[in-house]
Design a protein around this ligand. Structure first.
Ligand SMILES: [Zn+2]
Length: 260
């Protein structure tokens, strides 16, 4: 039986108050409930170096839905997919989804793709295939979509991963590759001397990130041969008041397409 701790009790009470008290000016577009707010990532823990470098990494202040537990990055992608009409294209498509988020994958499944492969380097469920993104065990031009939401910042050889994503995509197939980046630095940066979890936390924003992407991120991803189809938040969602959904307007849709 899972251990009941004071921390867990406080969290449950907070979720109860924010999520189940009638009313609320925030809205979760995944569970469709009105709530009084979203809970903070890691109880509001901030990395000062990342704040100073304009780290675009979702909305840690409005992270989880107190009702369904979905994360801001899932709410944002669902809004992006609906506004761009990518959601309509998911129906009858072949989709490969890395590190599949629980609520987002359920939502995609409801759109009836013809093939929907959930995968992870370290799968935690039997429904998830064990796949290394640097060596994808599928033939060339197999998928219509590849989704890797907050994955590439953890991958040692991101160029190899991107080449593999391109290889398994059909011509005209698209990849959705949301990735945190610094809006301040011009060039993606890493240093082999940064090895401990604490060093990576302060240099790259999280203990298990392996680099800090900069403003060159779209060019860098395109070097794999994928064409950038990036859309800003304003381009896709500028006509919607997104404040109630608790999502960050700095984050664009990282959309890439295989063109040859
Ligand atoms: Zn929800």
């Amino acid at each position: 039986m899972p251990k009941i701790t004071l921390k867990k009790i406080i969290k449950a009470l907070k979720n109860l108050a924010l999520g189940w008290t009638p009313g609320g000016s925030f809205k979760c577009n995944i569970c469709q409930n009105n709530v009084w707010g979203f809970t903070k990532y890691r109880d509001g823990f901030r990395v000062e170096s990342m704040d100073a470098l304009g780290f675009v990494n979702g909305s840690p202040e409005t992270f989880a839905c107190p009702r369904c537990g979905c994360h801001d990055r899932e709410r944002h992608l669902v809004l992006f997919f609906e506004a761009s009409k990518i959601s309509e294209k998911f129906t009858k498509s072949k989709i490969l989804h890395f590190a599949p988020e629980h609520h987002l994958s359920q939502w995609i499944n409801s759109l009836s793709p013809s093939e929907y492969i959930l995968c992870d380097l370290n799968p935690k469920s039997k429904k998830i295939e064990k796949i290394n993104i640097e060596e994808i065990p599928y033939p060339e031009k197999h998928f219509d979509f590849v989704i890797a939401n907050h994955v590439l910042e953890h991958v040692n050889d991101d160029f190899r991963a991107l080449s593999e994503i391109r290889r398994v995509l059909k011509i005209g197939g698209q990849a959705i590759l949301q990735t945190p980046f610094s809006s301040a630095i011009t060039s993606t940066w890493s240093d082999p001397g940064i090895a401990s979890e604490n060093e990576r936390l302060h240099a790259y924003g999280q203990e298990d990130h392996v680099r800090l992407y900069g403003r060159d991120i779209f060019n860098r991803f395109s070097n794999s041969g994928l064409a950038s189809r990036k859309k800003t938040h304003t381009e896709l969602l500028g006509n919607i008041n997104c404040a109630p959904y608790g999502i960050g307007e700095e984050e664009p849709l990282f959309l890439f397409e295989r063109i040859d």
